[in-house]
Design a protein around this ligand. Structure first.
Ligand SMILES: *Cc1c(COP(=O)(O)O)cnc(C)c1O
Length: 377
């Protein structure tokens, strides 16, 4: 069998996105900083952070994992202890697995991510959803947590903050007050918050806060962070009976190279950028207003308070019904105009993020949408 042309492809991997304006929600918060790009090469080899390890990942002094995990992350997250994970879903699974037993109930917002459902399935627990309003705003009524907590006696309550479909920011502090009053531990999924906007576990009365390195903290990933209160440390971070320096829920050590080196190298810029969140919100609101002027309608909360937004775009869908390329025309037209992140085939509704693009670049995106509508009208 001759694999040489397939092997050539593997050995020359490329992406078509270079120098384009990126509006893909998954990617806008994870574009590497210059410092992370240097760390990527320096720490490219496997187990590269382990040169001076004495058996505990968070104990490594060179590179300064210890300072990062034991001091900087807790300050940043507003928590007592921080742990490195492989991503938001892994943090969620760790907490659910450690804090529940099979058959337990966890109350979650109806906008929860699919990975929360998968984590619950793996942990053998039942998710009970707090309902949301329907189309077009999909708002979760946080007061409804109280009644479900009374009725279902959950082991944990969870809020997705913001959710990954509409970018809605439910009142996380209010959920915290409700959970605290009921004595139920409270987990916030901040995959789209931690590293983009200011978010502190203590201010939101939460017991756990999860973030995603490769979604929102400019890390190559897979990487994530989990903040927790001291009182849960021995439950979620219990040590192995066999290997006394290793945490069971982490299977010993989590991040061991590029995911961690890039997370750490980007951290100074990431902690500075969350302080400029107001600018991000202004950019998102301006973009949303311009989209609505074009005849598109923004789903989710209005005025919007996050860079992640979904729009219904019937004008593009109508075009897709009568052109040869069908739904692919939009991807193609945008690519020709240097715009990356609308999935091939998508036209009916578009999810996008204004986080990485400048105001000028967003104007280019808006102009492109206008041009494309005019071209096919
Ligand atoms: C992306 C996303 C996740 C998963 O994040 P990973 O770090 O890849 O596990 C979880 N929840 C929400 C709301 C997300 O948007």
């Amino acid at each position: 069998m001759d694999n040489s042309s397939d092997f050539d492809k593997l050995a020359n991997l490329q992406r078509p996105h270079k120098d384009m304006i990126n509006i893909m929600p998954l990617q806008t918060g994870s574009i590497l900083t210059a410092a992370a790009r240097r760390a990527l090469v320096e720490f490219g080899d496997g187990y590269s952070v382990c040169d001076f390890c004495q058996g505990r990942l968070a104990g490594i002094a060179n590179p300064p994992v210890n300072k990062f995990v034991e001091q900087m992350l807790p300050e940043f997250l507003g928590c007592d202890h921080a742990v490195l994970t492989y991503g938001a879903r892994d943090g969620i699974f760790m907490v659910l697995h450690a804090m529940t037993k099979p058959g337990d109930v966890v109350v979650v917002d109806a906008n929860r991510h699919y990975s929360t459902a998968v984590a619950a399935e793996r942990a053998g627990i039942e998710l009970v959803p707090v309902p949301r309003s329907g189309h077009p705003d999909y708002i979760v009524d946080v007061e409804a947590y109280a009644e479900l907590i009374r009725e279902r006696k959950p082991a944990v309550v969870l809020l997705t903050y913001p959710d990954g479909k509409y970018g809605n920011l439910a009142d996380a502090a209010r959920v915290g007050e409700i959970a605290e009053a009921a004595g139920v531990p409270y987990l916030i999924n901040g995959a789209y918050a931690v590293g983009r906007m200011p978010v502190r576990m203590d201010a939101l009365h939460a017991d756990f806060l999860v973030g995603s390195g490769h979604k929102s903290m400019a890390s190559a990933g897979p990487s994530g962070v989990l903040g927790l209160k001291t009182k849960w440390r021995d439950v979620v971070l219990r040590l192995s009976a066999e290997s006394k320096k290793k945490e069971v829920e982490c299977l010993g050590c989590t991040l061991r190279g590029v995911p961690l080196a890039t997370l750490m190298a980007s951290f100074p810029e990431v902690s500075a950028r969350v302080q400029r969140w107001d600018e991000q919100v202004a950019k998102a609101q301006r973009f949303s207003a311009a989209m609505e002027q074009m005849g598109f309608s923004q789903l989710g909360e209005k005025p919007h308070r996050h860079d992640l937004m979904a729009f219904e775009t019937p004008g593009f869908y109508e075009i897709s019904q009568r052109v040869r390329e069908r739904g692919y025309f939009l991807y193609k037209e945008l690519k020709e105009r240097g715009i990356w992140g609308v999935q091939p085939g998508q036209t009916r509704a578009l999810k996008m993020s204004t986080f990485a693009a400048t105001t000028e670049e967003l104007d280019t995106v808006l102009c492109a949408f206008r041009d494309i509508l005019a071209k096919y009208s």
